[in-house]
Write a protein that binds this ligand. Sequence first.
Ligand SMILES: Nc1ncnc2c1ncn2[C@@H]1O[C@H](COP(=O)(O)OP(=O)(O)O)[C@@H](O)[C@H]1O
Ligand SMILES: Nc1ccn([C@@H]2O[C@H](COP(=O)(O)O)[C@@H](O)[C@H]2O)c(=O)n1
Length: 201
Amino acid sequence: MLIIGIAGGTGCGKTTVVDTILKELPEGEVGVISQDSYYKDTSHLSYDERVKINFDHPRSIDFDLLVDHLKQLKAGKTIEQPVYSFVKHNRTGDTVNTHPRKVIIVEGILILTNKELRDLFDIKIYVHADSDERLIRRLKRDISERGRDIEEVLSRYQNTLKPMHEQFIEPMKEYADIIIPNNRYNTVAVDIVKTIINDKL
Ligand SMILES: Nc1ncnc2c1ncn2[C@@H]1O[C@H](COP(=O)(O)OP(=O)(O)O)[C@@H](O)[C@H]1O
Ligand SMILES: Nc1ccn([C@@H]2O[C@H](COP(=O)(O)O)[C@@H](O)[C@H]2O)c(=O)n1
């Protein structure tokens, strides 16, 4: 099994890169695990308490479960990937049955901050987009897809996202094997990753 980690700040285009890769590869050959599915279960908190969580800090992620799931997939076992709701700020209680594949892509802002997880990746990719570009994309996406308003996105950006990005995410570039510049759609870089994956299929 080839395991590829794709990191980068919010809005840099990780999901879009993954979707583009998947579109042109044989269906069902490549599996995807999103770090977002592994935000810690916060059912014991009220909605008002959950809103205040710093979702850009590594401690918000259940890395133990994520590492365990990846190891199980490597061992040929099927896992139940939790489903996360950005509207409820919590896991939904549903899971997605995820089978082992020849190639597994793990994507998320913080996946390179955890050494045990990092060591499971055969290839580490960092997608870069400038912070103004990422903020614009995040604003549009969170308002249209994640039930947020402009005030919520901007205050989260100033209070947690920006400082956490500078402290935890941007420094992870150091671990990347490949850095994809993604201020504009980068078809050349995506084609290179596709070629690497195709070689393995
Ligand atoms: N290269 C790009 N140029 C312009 N918009 C992009 C680009 N890549 C992604 N987007 C858009 O930006 C938003 C965030 O992209 P997404 O892939 O969800 O980022 P991430 O998963 O890194 O948070 C989406 O609405 C997406 O359509
Ligand atoms: N309940 C939540 C959980 C996370 N976030 C934000 O999502 C970002 C990570 O997801 P991307 O798809 O953008 O990589 C992260 O920056 C968190 O702030 C949230 O807003 N609400």
